[in-house]
Design a binder for this molecule. Structure first.
Ligand code: HEC
Ligand code: HEC
Length: 186
């Protein structure tokens, strides 16, 4: 928030407004909304959304590097997908593989994707987003009560249980609401 405020104050200064007050906070929010939307590219492929969004949130491909999507989606991998069978027809699998690899984190300049690319640049390709160092770090303060033992969440894999704008590709902490818990302090 601080860096945003400084930048906003600077921009308002250029417009001839000399100071920012809390009353202007909503204006600042409005100014930055377009940047927020660009946190990560939301899923814009109908087939992917349908096939990969039936058991859990359809993860935007920008949440994992290409090497991860290759592992998850190649050959027979989907037959044993985290203990489930998520097998697809060959042509559907190919379309989804192509979409995910073409839009992977390492091919995106969006904020979260870049962090994920940095965090996964070396070492084995993670099969889970929730295993990526950057994502782990962002959630390490959450208790089991808030996640695993929370009937409204079940596991950290259900991003959209807490991230109210996950479908728009927005993961900013300002839009988090954990089911059965009051809004977190800043
Ligand atoms: C039949 C149900 C099912 C379908 C269909 C399915 N998945 Fe999953 N997926 C799961 C389960 C179960 C998990 C593990 C969730 C957990 O640990 O709580 C999972 C986890 C994942 C994860 C790791 C999430 C994490 O923890 O970071 C990714 C990535 C993923 N799925 C991608 C896909 C993609 C891409 C497709 C479409 C090809 C797909 N899934 C279709 C059941 C499914
Ligand atoms: C149990 C609720 C919950 C679930 C499920 C969850 N998150 Fe979060 N997430 C949070 C909270 C709370 C924060 C804010 C942490 C903090 O204070 O910095 C956060 C922060 C983040 C951030 C950093 C946002 C920022 O403003 O810096 C990202 C990125 C993120 N989550 C991605 C994900 C993804 C991807 C998934 C699914 C694989 C996921 N989260 C699942 C609660 C959740």
């Amino acid at each position: 928030m601080n860096a945003k405020f400084k930048l906003a104050a600077l921009l308002l200064g250029l417009l001839g407004v000399s100071s920012t007050s809390f009353a202007e906070e909503s204006l600042v929010e409005a100014m930055f909304t377009p940047f927020r939307q660009k946190e990560i590219v939301p899923v814009d492929n109908k087939q992917y959304k349908e096939e990969c969004g039936s058991c859990h949130f359809a993860y935007p491909p920008g949440l994992l590097p290409e090497k991860s999507w290759e592992k998850l989606l190649k050959g027979d991998a989907l037959k044993n997908h985290f203990g489930d069978n998520a097998e697809l027809d060959n042509d559907v699998q190919k379309a989804i593989y192509d979409y995910a690899t073409a839009n992977s984190a390492d091919k995106s300049y969006h904020k979260r994707s870049r962090k994920i690319t940095q965090a996964t640049a070396s070492g084995d390709a993670p099969l889970r987003i929730t295993e990526v160092r950057y994502i782990k770090r962002k959630h390490h303060e959450l208790s089991d009560k808030m996640v695993k033992n929370n009937p409204g969440v079940k596991s950290l894999s259900y991003c959209d249980a807490c991230h109210s704008q996950a479908n728009q590709g927005v993961f900013d902490k300002d839009f988090v609401k954990i089911p059965n818990f009051a809004k977190l302090e800043d």
